[in-house]
Design a protein around this ligand. Structure first.
Ligand SMILES: Nc1ncnc2c1ncn2[C@@H]1O[C@H](COP(=O)(O)OP(=O)(O)OP(=O)(O)O)[C@@H](O)[C@H]1O
Ligand SMILES: [Mg+2]
Length: 476
């Protein structure tokens, strides 16, 4: 990946709505280009075409699947390589942002980018044989009238604070651990219902908040424990002219807050472009002018791989607003990114190395101990008085009809026997997280055991009997 980059900027033109058709609206925007090279947006202004090039221009007939095929794969690739990625949907109200990001959750074909990305990220990482110990956590917040609310916790209000890595985050936001794609979809589906929407004259299901979903992923690869990446999916609320949206009362207050934060976003992007153009000047980037830019500072600041999707209607009625969206996109194209691959979580690496070392020593000691122990005895002979020793060595008296107990002599190495005992203890105490960690460590020490755990359906489902059976055939 190059040292400096820029965001990807796409435009998607939605078809005329039924109302727009009924009103006899004319088409002012369309796309131009050949096949996959369709990258030009054409706007007819006073009869003259104005052409603007983006990374890709999606016309009114573009399906949700085509959108995903073009954008989603790259996003998933960058995550799997340990980079953070952010996808923004930007555009005026009713232009198709939520349709593009979320789509219709009740119809699989109409799923937007967010559900498709969730599914695809899990499909990719869960089936990669090099990936193990995947931990995925999801957070979902909205910014409604300049208040940050937790959509995973009944819209509890949150403040922004700086974390220990210097990133601005919503303090105390819920991070739900996600076990797989079905779980992710369930959490997403339930929390989406909490997002603020309202009917306006321009959109019957207008989003009245900016929604920010974050998926944090951490996983191990051979030789590389603690890889991580974060996906940020941002469905912005759309700008609106109050006389067009017919907003009054609370809806008007919402619109004012939305317009103000979007204008702050525009200013931040402009200042970031200035900062990139004039590196010698000190440019103040007003991130703190709105909760939106404040919270998205890390996403906008240049270290993420950023994708902007500009949404707009084809109709000439909203031409002025759509042209403003194009201007925003043109500015976004000039942003300079310096994507940084997430550092490996060295704390985790260190922890694991320390634990592995500890376990190695522990096993070595056990081996030594076993080597020095007399067969079947508990204490070396020299360490106990001769009488006691004789006492300890009295042969068992077998009663008539009783089968003699035969001690297994060379069944596996001493190491394996020690390991077996340890493992059984671990399985019996399976409830506690530290035991889970111990078991994971055993897997690291004996790769064969890992396969065994998988065959048995994961650590959680393991029983002591299963384990005893399996551990006999294990190579350590
Ligand atoms: N590409 C498309 N094809 C068909 N219908 C679309 C398309 N894009 C949007 N729509 C429809 O247009 C309407 C408005 O779309 P949407 O709610 O996504 O707008 P929005 O940009 O999110 O607006 P707001 O900012 O008010 O939330 C919806 O009824 C949606 O189903
Ligand atoms: Mg919306």
């Amino acid at each position: 990946m190059s040292k400096t980059s820029r965001p990807r900027v796409y435009v998607r033109v939605r078809p005329l709505s039924k109302t727009e058709e009924k009103n006899g609206d004319t088409i002012a925007f369309n796309v131009e280009g050949k096949g996959s090279q369709t990258d030009t947006l054409v706007c007819k202004k006073d009869g003259e075409p104005i052409r603007t090039r983006f990374d890709k221009a999606f016309g009114p007939q573009t399906t949700q699947q085509e959108m995903f095929d073009h954008i989603g794969k790259e996003v998933v690739d960058s995550l799997a390589s340990g980079y953070n990625a952010s996808v923004f949907a930007y555009g005026q109200t009713g232009s198709g942002k939520t349709y593009t990001m979320e789509g219709d959750l009740s119809n699989k074909e109409a799923h937007g980018l967010t559900p498709r990305l969730l599914t695809s990220v899990f499909a990719r990482l869960k089936t990669d044989p090099n990936v193990s110990e995947l931990v995925a956590r999801m957070s979902y917040v909205q910014i409604y009238q300049e208040k940050i609310q937790d959509l995973l916790n009944e819209r509890r209000q949150l403040d922004i604070h700086m974390d220990r890595n210097g990133a601005y985050i919503a303090q105390g936001a819920t991070w739900t651990e996600i076990t797989g794609m079905e779980h992710a979809m369930r959490v997403y589906h339930d929390s989406s219902k909490l997002r603020a929407t309202n009917a306006t004259e321009m959109n019957l299901v207008s989003s009245r908040s900016h929604a920010i979903m974050m998926i944090h992923l951490q996983w191990d690869e051979p030789q590389l424990p603690g890889l991580q990446a974060q996906l940020n999916l941002i469905d912005l609320a759309g700008s609106e002219k109050l006389y067009q949206s017919g907003a009054t009362g609370e809806v008007m207050k919402e619109a004012i807050a939305i317009n103000k934060s979007l204008s702050a976003l525009g200013n931040v992007v402009s200042k970031l472009v200035d900062a990139a153009k004039y590196p010698d000047r000190r440019v103040h980037v007003p991130y703190k002018d709105s909760k939106l830019t404040y919270l998205l500072q890390s996403s906008l600041g240049g270290q993420n791989l950023v994708h902007f999707i500009l949404a707009m209607g084809a109709s000439s009625t909203y031409q002025t607003e759509s042209l403003a969206t194009i201007e925003f996109g043109k500015r976004a194209l000039q942003l300079v990114l310096r994507p940084v691959r997430n550092p490996i979580d060295y704390k985790r690496l260190e922890e694991m190395e320390m634990m592995i070392e500890k376990m190695r020593n522990h096993i070595k000691n056990l081996e030594e101990e076993l080597k020095n122990k007399p067969q079947g005895g508990m204490v070396p002979e020299a360490a106990v008085a001769p009488d006691t020793n004789a006492f300890l060595h009295i042969n068992t008296l077998h009663q008539e009809g009783e089968k003699p107990i035969v001690c297994p002599q060379n069944e596996g190495s001493a190491l394996k026997r020690a390991l077996e005992n340890e493992l059984i203890l671990s399985v019996q105490n399976m409830g506690s997280p530290s035991e889970q960690d111990r078991l994971k460590l055993f897997c690291q020490l004996c790769p064969d055991l890992k396969k065994t755990f998988r065959e048995l359906g994961g650590l959680g489902k393991l029983t002591a009997e299963d384990l005893q059976e399996k551990v006999k055939g294990t190579k350590c």
